[in-house]
Design a protein. Sequence first.
Length: 365
Amino acid sequence: MPHAAIATLSASDARRIARHAPAADAARFLHPAQQALLHRRGWLTMLAPRGAGGAELPLPQVVRLEEAVAAVDGSMGWVLTLCAGAGWFAGFLAPDVARAIIGTPRVCLGGSGAATGYADEEGDGYRITGSWDYASGAPMATHFTLNARLRRAGQPLLDDEGKPRIRAFLVPAALVQLVPSWNSIGMRASASHSYRIDGAWLAKEYGFTIDPSAATADGPLYRYPFYSLAYVTLAANVAGMAAHFMRLAEEGMRHRRHARAGLPLLDVPEVAAMLQGRKDALASARTRFYAVLDDSWAKVAGGAALDTEGMQAVQDSSLALVAVARAAVDGLYPYCGLYAAREDSTINRVWRDFHTASQHALLLP
């Protein structure tokens, strides 16, 4: 039976996530209670096909949930997003392989999109060798995704344009060696470590192509373009973290005084106007973002392909939301005082998480 994922974040779940976030940051991985919640709610398989045992939730629901979780704890929102996103790849695997993977107890898929390894043809499969970085949620992953350059008899295979042929693979964690490497100032609990594979053989059925024409599941999720999905899910995380920071910043500003004006910060007209402007700008960008997302989803769910113009609109609205979020966080930070610079404060953790997550290569201005 398909897993019944919960598509919303309840107040009690939000409190549970928040309660354990400081300990997770200190331990540099999600707290066991946070991990258990991800599994119990079915969130890690919410993008996997129903036929494989996933929930196959509509993308707009998924994105709103990811934003809501990131607005409570950035690291947990990020692990949820990246690992559920890797679960989406099950829609491009042979159905029997997808069912076996998604049916794994406490299944969690992590991985990397960089083609920093090789897949040498050998028999009815490939011998995989290489190393990959930034696998968010790596310690709890049961499987890892990766991209590898194809070779035959040691020679690279080329496409019609003379470029290296690259194929995606989904590899059981038993074949993977984790390489602890995640030492960022923020997103500490995402545990986005590196991993390596040293000549492990993998059956060809574990390889797949990420393209709507190659989907093995019928739902609209697997006709939605990969990069469009990546943009909306990453941008929602950044927006959630920015909203969290802004709430904490406003609360802190209520208790600070303006040194020159001698008034509480929020009683200074220019400061109050600045804060309201940042809030309005983020709300406007967020409204536009979800309008574009919902429209793009409606087109794909209705059977149409998302054309170049539609994909560009998704990208533009996502990057616009991230830009406004950056401006809001950076604009408000100077008003938050030294408390915001204390490593053990919640607002500092949120600030660190935001500035780490927003460094993702897809989110460049």
